[in-house]
Design a binder for this molecule. Structure first.
Ligand SMILES: C[S@@+](CC[C@H](N)C(=O)[O-])C[C@H]1O[C@@H](n2cnc3c(N)ncnc32)[C@H](O)[C@@H]1O
Length: 327
């Protein structure tokens, strides 16, 4: 089925006047000044500055969810270059310690990276959290030019502050496979994952009307230009070198926060996290070193559609169903 929801391409106008929701508060920023708000919106703020200094200025246990797509130390840009892996690990633990401090007890921290890089950070970071799950983000549409293994995944560590962390499984259910739906209700063996109580009682399994249980391997295209959408597919793309797809962020925000909650991103880049938080009716706060990236982020936030959370869930569900059907 085609998505009938169509994304905004331009900021709404009223009698020819562009209707901005937020306000740019600073034009020229000194590069080593304290973190400064440069965009102020009724639902959140963008700060320009160093994220460790910024996180240190925030109150304990004041934030519901943090998504961090930090430098990977793979020399993609100036901000991605560290003297050594030891320096990089030190930097990572310094911001993660602060992130853990500002998270509420129900909070989650997601940290993105290549598996071989996150492996260095998982153990020293774990002391600030109750538990961690390891999510694989699988993509099949990345150009792989080198002679090494072709990369088709990145990892996302899912740290939980306590055992009472927020997790909304029904918000992120996925389409059932054709095969499963061929036999919509049938008896289950006690050993089946679909058996209701583990007894050999011929339990009838019926598909959940909201979809199948989401797995810890997320299948989302990496190159957002190729995400099939109803409009031109370019709505979210900026020149940022490592921009994450909105669909990935919506899934994580839907899973680990509720409407009205505060979502924070210490490495905001082109603004994918605040954009998706705004779409899903969360409050947001985000920081980046680069005023240029933050300017792109502010433009994207102004374009956010006035849809409900349910409409976004349906939008992504239908896109995933369509991708599955053309595999
Ligand atoms: C991997 S990118 C994030 C991309 C983002 N997820 C997006 O979708 O556009 C990392 C970002 O961290 C920023 N950054 C690097 N070091 C930083 C620091 N110490 N404080 C604040 N931002 C930093 C960079 O400018 C870059 O935009």
């Amino acid at each position: 089925m085609r998505n009938t929801l169509v994304r905004n391409k331009t900021i709404p106008t009223f009698f020819g006047e562009v209707q901005l929701k937020g306000e740019r508060t600073k034009e020229n920023i000194e590069s080593n000044s304290n973190p400064t708000v440069i965009y102020n919106h009724p639902d959140g703020k963008l700060w320009q500055g160093d994220s460790i200094a910024w996180l240190k200025s925030l109150e304990d246990e004041s934030v519901d969810m943090i998504f961090a797509d930090p430098p990977y130390n793979i020399k993609k840009a100036d901000w991605d270059t560290f003297e050594s892996q030891e320096e990089y690990i030190k930097f990572s633990i310094a911001w993660i310690e602060q992130a853990a401090r500002v998270l509420k007890p129900t909070g989650t921290l997601f940290v993105c990276g290549f598996s071989e890089i996150l492996a260095d950070i998982k153990h020293p970071a774990s002391k600030y959290f109750k538990s961690c799950r390891w999510i694989i983000w699988n993509y099949k549409n990345k150009a792989n030019l080198g002679k090494d293994w072709g990369r088709s995944h990145e990892s996302i560590m899912h740290f939980r502050k306590t055992k009472n962390f927020t997790f909304n499984i029904d918000n992120i259910r996925i389409p059932y496979s054709e095969h499963t739906l061929k036999y919509p209700s049938h008896p289950q063996a006690a050993t089946s994952q679909y058996s209701s109580n583990g007894q050999n009682d011929n339990t009838l399994w019926e598909p959940n009307p909201l979809g199948a249980k989401p797995k810890d391997v997320l299948e989302i295209p990496q190159d957002i230009i190729e995400v099939p959408t109803t409009c031109n597919g370019m709505h979210e793309k900026t020149p940022h070198p490592t921009q994450k797809p909105e669909e990935l962020l919506r899934k994580l925000i839907l899973a680990s926060s509720n409407e009205g909650d505060i979502v924070l991103d210490p490495f905001c880049g082109s603004g994918t996290t605040p954009v998706c938080a705004q779409q899903l009716n969360r409050k947001w706060m985000a920081c980046d070193l680069s005023p240029e990236y933050l300017d792109w982020a502010a433009n994207r936030i102004e374009l956010v559609e006035d849809w409900t959370q349910e409409q976004w869930i349906k939008y992504d569900f239908e896109n995933q169903k369509r991708r599955n059907s053309i595999r």
